[in-house]
Design a protein around this ligand. Structure first.
Ligand code: C2E
Ligand code: MG
Ligand code: MG
Ligand code: MG
Length: 277
C-alpha cells in the first residue's frame, strides 16, 4: 500500500485503487487504434413490431475483442472511450459502418427495404462540434433514406445541455433522422419533462420491463410511460424483453416496438441478414 502523508494525517491509497486506475489507463491505450486494427465490430439486435411481431429494424451495438483479454463489456469500454475522448474517433466510424451495413441488408429487397438501424450516440459525441455534419455526411455517403436512421440518446445526454442539444436534435430531425430517448425512466427528468424534449420516441429501460409481471408499480409506470408518450405522438420501444409474459403485457398496453433476448439476441451482420431472409 502506498501511504501519502498529509497535514491532517494519512491518506491511504489501496492497491486495488491503484490497479483500477492503471487498468483504465492501459485500456485507454489499447482502445486507441482498435477500430483500425479491426478489433471493434458491430452486432445487430432485432427490434420487432409488438402488434404483429414483424421485424422492424435493429439496434447497432459495439463489441470489442481485445487481442489478449478477449471480449470487453461495452459498459466498461464505452465509458473509457467517453472519458478519454476516443469516442469522437470511434463514434463516426460506428455511424458509417452501421449505415453501410443497413444498405447491405436493404439490397435484399422486399420488406428489408423498410428496416431501420438504430445507433447509440453518447453525450460527448453530441457535443463535439461537427457531429451533425458527420451524421449527414455518413448518410449521404451510404445513400440510406434518413428516416431509416434512428439515434439513441440517454436522458442525461439531452438534459445536461438542453439548449445546445435541442438545437442539434432539431437540425437532425429536420433532415429526417429519428431520435429516441434511451434508458427512459432511469434519469431524473420524469414524465412531465417529455413534452419539452424534441424526440420521436422513448425506449423504456429494461429495469422496468424486468419486473413488469411481478411488481404492480413497474407495470403502472410502464403503462403510464406508454400512454403519455402516445399522447405526445411518440413511439414507445421496450428493451430487455426476456419472457413471453412481458411481451404479452406490453402488447396489452399498446407498446409499439420491443427488443430483448426472448425476441432475439444481438447478431453479427451475416446472421442478421440470414434472419431477414
Ligand atoms: P443500451 O443502448 O441500453 O443497449 C441495450 C443493452 O441491453 C445491450 O447491452 C444489449 O445487449 C442488452 N440487452 C438486449 N436485450 C436484453 C435482454 O433481454 N436482457 C438483458 N439483460 N440485456 C439485454 P450491451 O450491448 O452490453 O451495451 C451496453 C450499453 O453500451 C448500451 O446500452 C449503450 O448504452 C452502450 N453502447 C453500445 N454500443 C454503443 C455504441 O456504438 N456507441 C455508444 N455511444 N454506446 C454504445
Ligand atoms: Mg441503446
Ligand atoms: Mg437502452
Ligand atoms: Mg438500457
Amino acid at each position: 500500500q502506498a501511504k501519502v502523508a498529509g497535514k491532517n494525517g494519512y491518506r491511504f491509497y489501496s492497491r486495488a485503487m491503484e490497479q483500477a486506475v492503471s487498468r483504465r489507463v492501459r485500456m485507454e491505450q489499447d482502445l486507441r487504434g482498435a477500430w483500425e486494427r479491426g478489433e471493434l465490430s458491430l452486432v445487430y439486435q432485432p427490434i420487432y413490431n409488438v402488434a404483429d411481431k414483424r421485424l422492424a429494424g435493429a439496434e447497432a451495438l459495439l463489441r470489442w475483442q481485445h487481442p489478449v483479454h478477449g471480449p470487453v463489456a461495452p459498459s466498461v469500454f464505452i465509458d473509457v472511450a467517453e472519458q478519454s475522448g476516443l469516442i469522437e474517433v470511434i463514434g463516426p466510424e460506428v455511424v458509417r459502418a452501421a449505415c453501410r451495413d443497413a444498405m447491405r441488408w436493404r439490397q435484399r429487397g422486399g420488406a428489408a427495404n423498410a428496416l431501420f438501424v438504430s445507433i447509440n450516440v453518447s453525450a460527448r459525441q453530441l457535443r463535439s462540434g461537427d457531429f451533425r455534419d458527420q451524421m449527414l455526411a455518413a448518410l449521404g455517403e451510404s445513400g440510406l433514406p434518413p428516416e431509416l436512421i434512428h439515434m439513441e440518446l440517454t436522458e442525461t445526454t439531452v438534459l445536461n445541455d438542453e439548449e445546445q442539444a435541442r438545437k442539434i436534435l432539431g437540425h437532425l430531425r429536420d433532415s429526417g433522422i429519428k431520435v429516441w430517448l434511451d434508458d427512459f425512466g432511469t434519469g431524473f427528468s420524469g414524465l412531465s419533462h417529455l413534452r419539452r424534449v424534441p424526440v420521436d420516441g422513448v425506449k423504456i429501460d429494461r429495469s422496468f420491463i424486468a419486473d413488469v409481471m411481478r411488481d404492480p408499480d413497474d407495470l403502472a409506470l410502464t403503462s403510464a410511460i406508454i400512454a403519455m408518450a402516445h399522447s405526445l405522438g411518440m413511439t414507445v420501444i421496450a428493451e430487455g424483453v426476456e419472457k413471453e409474459g412481458q411481451f404479452d403485457l406490453l402488447r396489452s398496453r399498446n407498446c409499439d416496438l420491443a427488443q430483448g433476448y426472448w425476441l432475439g439476441y444481438p447478431l453479427g451482420l451475416d446472421e442478421f441478414m440470414a434472419l431477414i431472409d
